[in-house]
Write a protein that binds this ligand. Structure first.
Ligand code: KG4
Ligand code: ZN
Length: 359
């Protein structure tokens, strides 16, 4: 049995988890800073770093305790090395290095996006994952279609040209005066809305596998904002939260926006999956929590679709530990001098050998 302790502090969750053999969750502890950042309508980097420092020690000990293990039973530490906020990443990586130094444990630097991918290895662990698979990673910072032919072997097939899908949900949520983060708020508001009330653009729908969400966001802004007077026409960023025409149905706008975003995500993912002849589609990242996205993907895909339980969609350390496990068994050991990589594209990871290519 191999036990990996994962630590994740790349954005606004302080998280630690223990995972057995890369697929079985022993504990998964998350301290969310959402309440702290809600007042700013987004993540405030300095505030995030300080909150990580305050929480990290307690969270790591809680993860060990809930797993019923001590550090002596842990085989390696998997630490989120990037991408993410520099000050936030440093807290988790430095804390992990301290533990590793004190206990003589190996550390493994993990890419946060690779982590999201591996959240699906923790999903129905008894059902094998057979390569090749297609990953749709949809989070607050990324929208990527990634073909995976083996553990650690990735080919980027498409990505967003501007805003990430989650970012679009967050910005539209703010426009509509809904609580942060926008994703869950929009899904909730959309329940009572008409998805066909507004014909919002489906950008680049028939143009390859890249995405664009900034036009959709702008179209929503044009539909809801009060008539503009004066010379300067304000952009989305400068529009105040909830500054809308009084006759707007928030539910209809939310439902129509969500329908447009989901349609593009589903169509391109299915197209990529069929073209690359994969066995399964894996959806991950915060936006994979979206109910209509999950349902529409299952409806449209001619192959199985897997997505994590809600607790593993948004940022967590279990996914980092799972990804770290496959690197551990392949022999990866990082130096204690390992630095953080705040901008670290997934396709710049080095492939590795050793794992057998099966989940
Ligand atoms: O993966 P994540 O926790 O953090 C990043 O790595 O970015 O993703 C957070 C994103 C936010 O943009 C949030 O609005 C979105 O995931 N999100 C959702 C839902 N739940 C979270 N978007 C749509 N529908 C949801 N139910
Ligand atoms: Zn994430």
């Amino acid at each position: 049995m191999t036990l990996i302790l994962g630590i994740e502090t790349s954005c606004d969750e302080t998280a630690a988890a223990v995972v057995e053999n890369g697929r079985w969750l022993r504990s998964n502890v998350i301290a969310s800073q959402i309440d702290l950042h809600a007042q700013f309508g987004g993540v405030f980097p300095e505030v995030a770093a300080r909150a990580h420092i305050e929480a990290i020690s307690l969270i790591v000990h809680e993860a060990l305790e809930k797993a019923g293990v001590t550090l002596d039973e842990i085989d390696a530490l998997a630490l989120t090395r990037g991408p993410g906020l520099a000050g936030a990443l440093l807290v988790g990586v430095n804390f992990g290095k301290g533990l590793a130094l004190g206990r003589g444990l190996p550390i493994i630097g993990v890419n946060h996006l690779e982590g999201h991918i591996y959240s699906n290895w923790l999903t129905e662990p008894e059902r094998e994952i057979v390569f090749p698979v297609l990953n749709l990673i949809v989070s607050g910072g990324h929208t990527e279609l990634v073909l995976m032919t083996d553990h650690g072997t990735y080919q980027l097939l498409g990505e967003t040209m501007d805003d990430a899908a989650g970012e679009a949900f967050d910005k539209v949520g703010r426009l509509l005066g809904l609580p942060y983060p926008g994703g869950p708020s929009i899904q909730k508001a959309a329940q009572n809305g008409d998805p066909m009330a507004y014909d919002f653009p489906r950008a680049m729908l028939d143009e390859g596998l890249d995405f664009s969400f900034s036009g959709l966001k702008t179209a929503v802004m044009r539909a809801v904002r009060p008539p503009q007077t004066g010379k300067r026409v304000a952009g989305v960023e400068s529009m105040k939260s909830g500054e809308m025409r009084p006759d707007i149905s928030i539910a209809d706008v939310a439902a129509s926006f969500q329908a447009a975003a989901v349609e593009v995500l589903v169509k391109k993912t299915v197209q990529a999956a069929v073209a690359s002849d994969v066995t399964e589609i894996l959806i991950s990242g915060g936006v994979s929590a979206n109910g209509p996205l999950r349902e529409a993907m299952k409806q449209a895909a001619p192959i199985p679709v897997r997505y994590p339980p809600l607790s593993l969609c948004t940022d967590n350390a279990a996914m980092i530990a799972a990804a770290g496990y496959y690197r551990f068994v392949a022999g990866q050991r990082d130096d204690l001098a390992m630095d953080i990589l705040p901008t670290w594209p997934l396709n710049e990871l080095l492939p590795y050998n050793g794992a057998n290519g099966k989940g």
